[in-house]
Write a protein that binds this ligand. Sequence first.
Ligand SMILES: Cc1cc2nc3c(=O)[nH]c(=O)nc-3n(C[C@H](O)[C@H](O)[C@H](O)COP(=O)(O)O)c2cc1C
Length: 186
Amino acid sequence: MLLFVNACLRDGSRTERLAEMWLGRRAYEGQVRTVHLAELDVDPLEAAGPNTISAYGEAVAAGDYDHPMFDYAKAFAQADEVLIAAPFWNYGLPALLNCYLELVCTQGLTFDVDETGAYVSLCKARRLTFVSTAGGAAPDLSDDHAFGKVRTLATHFWHIPQIEHVAAWGLDGLGADVEALLADAL
Ligand SMILES: Cc1cc2nc3c(=O)[nH]c(=O)nc-3n(C[C@H](O)[C@H](O)[C@H](O)COP(=O)(O)O)c2cc1C
C-alpha cells in the first residue's frame, strides 16, 4: 500500500497537481490510500482537548493504542511506501501536517527505543517521497524546515532508506512559467 499524505489546502493547489503528476509517473501497482488532511480534524497534542498529552503519554507507557488519535500512526506503519505533498509555508510545513506528523511519531507504533537508547523503526516503508512547491527560491538546506523535518523523521525514527524531494521553486515569481517549473521538478 502506498500512503499518500495530502497536506495541500488551497483550491487549485499546484503542489497537489505535482503530486498527482508524480503518482501518474510512478504507476504504483498496489493500492494507493490517500489521507487528505484538509478533510480531517487532525488535532494537536494539547493540555486539554480531544488529544491530550497526558492520555498520549499514558497510552504509550501502557502500550495501549486504542484511542483514535493513534489511527494515523497505525496506518503509516503499515505503508510500503509513503508520498507526502505539502506547500512550503514560512520555511516549514503547514501546521496541519505538523499535527499529523506529531501523532504519527508515536513510540511503540512507528518507532521504538532499544535498551541502548537507539531508535528502532516499526515502519514497513522503504521509500518516502516529499513533494512540495514554493513561491520563492530554494533556501539553503539548513533553512529548509519542511523537507528538512521530513527527512530527519524518515531517517532517524523510521529508517527509510530511499528518501526523495520533488520540489518546484519560484512559482510566485513575476512571469513564472508554472507548468514548466512543475514539469522540471519531476
Ligand atoms: C501561509 C503561506 C506561507 C508561505 N511561505 C512561503 C515561504 O516561506 N517561502 C516561499 O518561497 N513561499 C511561501 N509561500 C508561497 C507558497 O509556497 C507557494 O505559493 C506554493 O506554491 C503554494 O502551493 P499550493 O499552490 O499547493 O497551495 C507561502 C504561502 C502561504 C499561503
